[in-house]
Design a protein around this ligand. Structure first.
Ligand code: NAD
Length: 479
């Protein structure tokens, strides 16, 4: 059982409703239950932070850095235990969960180091002094998805708190337990309880939070559909940062090392069971290598084991929810109707060990029409679509033929082609001979087109910290 944190008190929702979370690998096990918060709970949470965060805003950068670094140390105390909770709540494999559990404290340390670097500027002036100073924006709403329940919130709470803001955190209703763990670590590290509120719940709580105009900035990661609604509700006078869906391509040129290409396609498409915003969902292969690459990808996909993420030798855990499983199965049916050719997967695996979970086999389609829904819409599951290109120009055109623009990769030995691809592809992240997934913690992260608001990128120093601070220009006369 977890709870909301409002004004330093752990509390239930005013309506008394609960959301129950079951293990997606075995839905007979309840992992957590959390309050299904109402608009009234959200109102109380915003009030508590609006009235309570000043102590934190005044704490000074060094203190803020100390607290974030101490929270990182708390999270590092028992990584195996935290990773096991992550596997049970979200469905990753243990190796994937350990990766996230290690990345999260590293993020917090990075933002701790940024806390003391948020500098302003001085400007030449005829008389006296003109300078800018960076101030917290105020109350920040952080709304997050379930697929990285520690990592993504730490990339929002870390910089927001480093800058001295108060935060109302509304995690996904799918992963309430991990959200609690992150907040507990911050409190144990010495974050004043007035600087943070945790409100659980779903769309009702999220919408109420966005609608509250005491919230000065909304940082959201999730689907493009929900992001669009949030953007409309925030209006022009408040800040909004949206990181949303993707339809990420790997373009494989005729000179590519096919073993390397197959390896990075499979890692990007089937890691995290395809539930990564930067996951590979399209392969655009040059005619000269298409068939051989397809055969190698299918062979590798068939060697992957699907099962409970805690079991030895498992490569793909379950999909996070029953709804995700239905969506993935729905896209497979649709692709068959659209005339795509199924090479492997397409169904849940069989056997007693997976009988009670939301499992799906790695799935590969070829002959996917560029205009089909499988080629254009985000599936967010282990389903890969192969498209053919007759030339480099056609491959770039196909890569850009989507409303998304998050991550794109090119596999080639030709540096000139790789750099031309980086120039011409409409994508916030470009990878050369690397999977579409995976990113540096200290570099800007975000998409273009329907993948992002494009106004502020996440993660890296200057680009990230500008979202959480207001530049004030000060003029000082000399007498
Ligand atoms: P989602 O959009 O369904 O939910 C995200 C969050 O928004 C949840 O906390 C949810 O409760 C909340 N929410 C739902 N309706 C709301 C409303 N009307 N107002 C305010 N909040 C509302 O996304 P999800 O299913 O949790 O996550 C999967 C999606 O997230 C995928 O589309 C994926 O591509 C995307 N994602 C993007 C990135 C990125 O950095 N670009 C990273 C991870 C996931």
């Amino acid at each position: 059982m977890t709870a909301n944190l409002i004004g330093g008190e752990w509390t239930g929702a005013s309506g008394g409703r609960l959301v129950e979370r079951r293990n997606p690998a075995d839905t007979r096990q309840v992992v957590a239950s959390a309050p299904d918060s109402t608009a009234a709970d959200v109102h109380d949470a915003v009030t508590a932070v609006a009235e309570g965060y000043d102590e934190w805003a005044q704490a000074g950068p060094e203190r803020r850095a100390e607290v974030l670094a101490a929270a990182a140390a708390v999270l590092e105390r028992d990584p195996e235990k935290l990773a096991a909770e992550l596997v049970a709540e979200e469905g990753k494999t243990l190796a994937e969960a350990l990766g996230e559990v290690r990345r999260t404290p590293a993020n917090l340390r990075y933002y701790a180091s940024e806390a003391v670097r948020m500098t302003g500027r001085t400007y030449p002036a005829a008389r006296g002094l003109v300078y800018t100073t960076r101030q917290p924006v105020g109350v920040v709403a952080a709304i997050t998805p379930w697929n990285f329940p520690l990592n993504i919130p730490s990339r929002k709470l870390g910089p927001a708190l480093a800058a001295g803001n108060g935060v109302v955190f509304k995690p996904s209703e799918v992963t309430p337990l991990l959200a609690r763990r992150l907040v507990e670590a911050l409190l144990e590290a010495g974050l004043p309880p007035g600087a943070i509120a945790l409100v659980h719940g779903g769309a009702e709580a999220g919408a109420a939070l966005v609608a509250d105009d005491r919230v000065a900035a909304v940082t959201f990661t999730g689907s493009t559909a929900v992001g669009g609604r949030i953007h409309g509700a925030v209006g022009p006078a408040r800040r909004c940062q949206l990181e949303m869906g993707g339809k990420n391509p790997v373009v494989v040129l005729e000179d590519a090392d096919l073993d390397r290409a197959a390896g990075l396609v499979v890692a990007g498409a089937f890691g995290l069971s395809g539930q990564a915003c930067t996951g590979t969902s399209r392969v655009i292969a040059h005619d000269a290598v298409h068939d051989e690459l397809l055969a190698r990808v299918v062979r590798r996909a068939e060697a992957l084991r699907v099962g409970d993420g805690m079991s030895e030798g498992v490569h793909l855990g379950p999909l996070a929810t029953r709804e995700q499983l239905a969506t993935v199965a729905g896209y497979v049916e649709l692709a068959m109707r659209e005339g795509a050719r199924l090479h492997t997967g397409g169904t849940p695996p069989g056997g007693d060990a997976v009988a009670h979970g939301h499992f799906f086999r790695p799935t590969v389609f070829s002959a996917v029409e560029p205009s089909s829904r499988l080629a254009r819409e985000e599936v967010f599951g282990p389903v890969l679509a192969f498209l053919r290109a007759g030339s480099f120009d056609e491959a770039v055109r196909l890569a850009n033929d989507t409303c998304f623009g998050l991550s794109a990769s090119v596999v080639t030995r030709d540096l000139g082609r790789a750099l031309e691809f980086a120039e011409r592809v409409d994508s916030g992240l470009v990878k050369v001979n690397q999977p579409t997934t995976g990113m540096a913690m200290n570099a800007p992260f975000g998409g273009v087109k329907g993948s992002s608001t494009q106004t502020f990128k996440e993660q890296a120093g200057e680009t990230m910290s500008h979202f959480y601070t207001v530049d004030k220009t000060v003029y000082v006369g000399n007498g």
